[in-house]
Design a protein. Structure first.
Length: 307
């Protein structure tokens, strides 16, 4: 799967991913009011509004970007209708030819991780039929439980041509409470990076030389990102923290390899809620999708100029 992502990145010259992380405050009033009027003030109306909002975003940006990253919690908070919107969003992104990175941050004991892996990037058998329940292409994985929690995902990746991004150094301010702790003289995030190399050693592809086991490293820590890039030369890095969290193009060079590949940068609310930003406010709520396209174009320009 990582090769599919790389091909799209090269084709569009855009190492970026749009985080589809809907919040009620982001969805334009004209969409919400339409569904409230039709279905009432309930979860079902919100689910439909989220999907319509996402369709607008995807229609406006799919030709510019290689991938999207829906954050499942933003859908789960609205129960089953929210999860239905998540699944419909995954399917619609695939119709647009995009790679879908499911930001699910799962990781548990072996049997539970296997169930998560099968449900999100694998298949389940029911009688003689096989189904792909959520059908993302790549998912994020929490390694806190160690190899027991990660290897079931790696196994499914190998069986189903899928990928994972393992949390290594996250972009949030308190990440250092655990991730920066020294263990035998090394910060914990370096130890996790070594395990990422180990977990991905058997899935390095000859075409581009990257593994199906990637890493999540925040743009908010550029010096650590550059160090981790060297420690994980064959792992693609998913880089959150651009835009609203403070990261910018000038922080990103160290996340990429000399081949110009090796990283994909995420922006979520900076893109999907661009119309609320003064810079793009002229588009208005009715033009929210066009504002998002303009924000994507600016992000691509910023990154191209700095890596």
């Amino acid at each position: 799967m990582i090769n599919n992502l790389i091909k799209l990145i090269k084709e569009k010259n855009a190492p970026i991913v749009v985080g589809l992380d809907p919040q009620l405050g982001f969805i334009p009033e004209q969409i919400l009011s339409k569904w409230y009027k039709e279905l009432g003030n309930n979860l079902e109306a919100v689910g439909e509004a989220i999907f319509e909002y996402n369709v607008g975003l995807l229609d406006a940006t799919y030709d510019l970007i290689p991938a999207v990253k829906p954050q499942i919690a933003m859908y789960e908070q609205f129960g089953i209708p929210g999860l239905a919107a998540f699944k419909k969003t995954v399917d619609y992104a695939h119709e647009k030819g995009l790679v879908v990175i499911g930001d699910i941050k799962r990781g548990d004991i072996g049997s539970t991780s296997e169930a998560y892996a099968l449900g999100h990037i694998g298949t389940v058998s029911i009688g003689e039929n096989e189904f792909q329940p959520f059908d993302e292409d790549i998912v994020t994985v929490n390694p806190y439980l160690g190899s027991d929690g990660v290897m079931p995902f790696v196994k499914v990746c190998e069986q189903c041509n899928r990928g994972i991004f393992v949390l290594v150094k996250t972009s949030n301010p308190s990440s250092g409470e655990f991730q920066d702790r020294l263990i035998d003289g090394k910060p914990l995030y370096e130890i996790v990076a070594e395990k990422v190399n180990e977990w991905g050693a058997t899935s390095v592809d000859d075409e581009y030389g990257y593994s199906e086991v990637g890493a999540v490293v925040g743009a908010t820590y550029p010096e650590m990102g550059a160090k981790l890039r060297k420690l994980m030369p064959k792992s693609y890095i998913l880089v959150p923290g651009y835009g609203a969290q403070g990261g910018s193009g000038k922080d990103l060079k160290g996340f990429f390899n000399e081949d110009g590949l090796g990283a994909i940068v995420n922006s979520s609310r900076g893109i999907i809620a661009a119309y609320k930003n003064d810079k793009y406010s002229s588009f208005g709520a009715a033009g929210y999708a066009d504002a998002s396209r303009a924000a994507v174009e600016d992000m691509i320009k910023d990154i191209r100029e700095n890596i």
